[in-house]
Design a protein around this ligand. Structure first.
Ligand SMILES: [Zn+2]
Length: 382
């Protein structure tokens, strides 16, 4: 009989309102025999439901593995990573993407300790990658402990970073509006992370070194290649494989999909040595990773109602019509339809969930193979 290793910790955020305290639940598995850590969270955008159901199935699978004594590394789950966002109801709709206090996206502006860590390790780096990893993680811990968060959301971001900064694997489970499963990760992490995309069945993987505004996955991973760039004379590996996993669209919530996604995460963790047992060969990658800078945001040219001619996952050619915008008050039939064309060849991987167009609104996204010329600055949408 094995002694289960599972522990559950409730972290409390300092209240924003009198008499209210929000709680963040962290579930930890493993005796950490291997000295490795995987961290998985869901619901940072609190109105994105598929991750919660995946977490339910993942907890079932990990409970079973734990009962058999199979968990080798440390696996830390935060199933509801945004207890602030899950309370933001308005007009009977949950709005969990932006903070109601300041309208800042909950997946932006996560703590950045790169400069502090660089300063503290610069005279101590060695010629041994493993020693440098330990040194940097220690300095990260110190830098994080020195942060004094200002408000409840800052406390939340600080807490999430405190729980995950020293992890080897960080998976942040999200979803898009209507989309195929896709993954965002760091350019330096590819093709090392190809087993993740392949096992999840990702139809698109998007790579960036710095997508702008420090989303959560990059808070955990970008420090490694930034420090490697600052200190080229010392070996600094990209020690944290962090990825944002977009679990299809908002309404793609079924037990069948979530169970499969949870099984895929377990297989990935098995191959990475976190759980004992045999995993089959990695399935073939559905498509090679492409640059985040190659994503075309297809925008509406006119107001109206959108009729899509392409579904998420379909390949498109440059100049192909992916949607039509209908304006029924125009006099002539041909004037009532405005075609929306692809400006780049690639995979049409995501589109809006409602069907309203206003000029400039992003209606969908196409993953192109080449960076789009002239595309500068921040790469993520609101
Ligand atoms: Zn999201």
């Amino acid at each position: 009989m094995n002694t289960p290793t599972k522990t559950v910790v409730q972290h409390h955020l300092p209240p924003s309102s009198i008499g209210n305290t929000r709680t963040l639940t962290a579930i930890r598995y493993g005796k950490n025999v291997t000295g490795t850590k995987a961290y998985i969270q869901a619901g940072l955008h609190a109105d994105e439901p598929p991750g919660s159901v995946v977490m339910h199935h993942l907890i079932n699978l990990l409970d079973r593995a734990d009962a058999k004594g199979w968990i080798e590394g440390e696996i830390l789950l935060v199933p509801v990573s945004n207890p602030i966002g899950v309370s933001q109801w308005r007009d009977d709709v949950l709005r969990g993407r932006m903070d109601f206090c300041d309208t800042i996206n909950f997946n932006r502006n996560h703590p950045d300790v790169i400069e502090q860590v660089a300063e503290s390790v610069k005279d101590h780096l060695t010629d041994t990658p493993g020693l440098n990893v330990s040194l940097i993680r220690e300095a990260m811990g110190e830098a994080i402990r020195a942060i004094a968060p200002g408000d409840e959301t800052a406390h939340l971001k600080h807490l999430l970073f405190s729980l995950s900064y020293d992890a080897d694997i960080v998976l942040d489970l999200h979803c898009d509006f209507q989309a195929v499963l896709h993954v965002y990760t760091g350019t330096p992490l590819w093709p090392g992370a190809a087993d993740l995309s392949a096992q999840l069945g990702a139809e698109v993987t998007l790579l960036a070194k710095d997508s702008g505004d420090n989303p959560y996955d990059e808070a955990c991973s970008r420090i490694w290649w930034e420090l490697a760039g600052k200190f080229p004379d010392h070996p600094i590996p990209s020690a944290c494989l962090a990825a944002t996993v977009e679990l299809r669209g908002m309404a793609d919530v079924t037990h069948a999909l979530a169970e499969k996604d949870a099984e895929n995460i377990v297989l990935f963790l098995k191959r990475r040595g976190f759980i004992q047992g045999q995993a089959p060969d990695v399935p073939p990658l559905k498509s090679e990773a492409t640059p985040l800078r190659g994503v075309e945001h297809v925008k509406a040219p006119v107001p109206g109602v959108v009729v899509f001619l392409k579904a998420p996952g379909e390949p498109v050619e440059k100049g192909e019509v992916i949607a039509e915008i209908v304006n029924p008050v125009k006099a002539r039939a041909e004037e009532r339809l405005t075609p929306v064309k692809s400006g780049t060849p690639g995979i049409f991987f995501s589109r809006i969930a409602d069907r309203f167009a206003r000029p400039g609104r992003i209606l969908g996204k196409i993953a192109g193979k080449e960076p789009i010329k002239g595309k500068k600055g921040k790469l993520l949408t609101m």
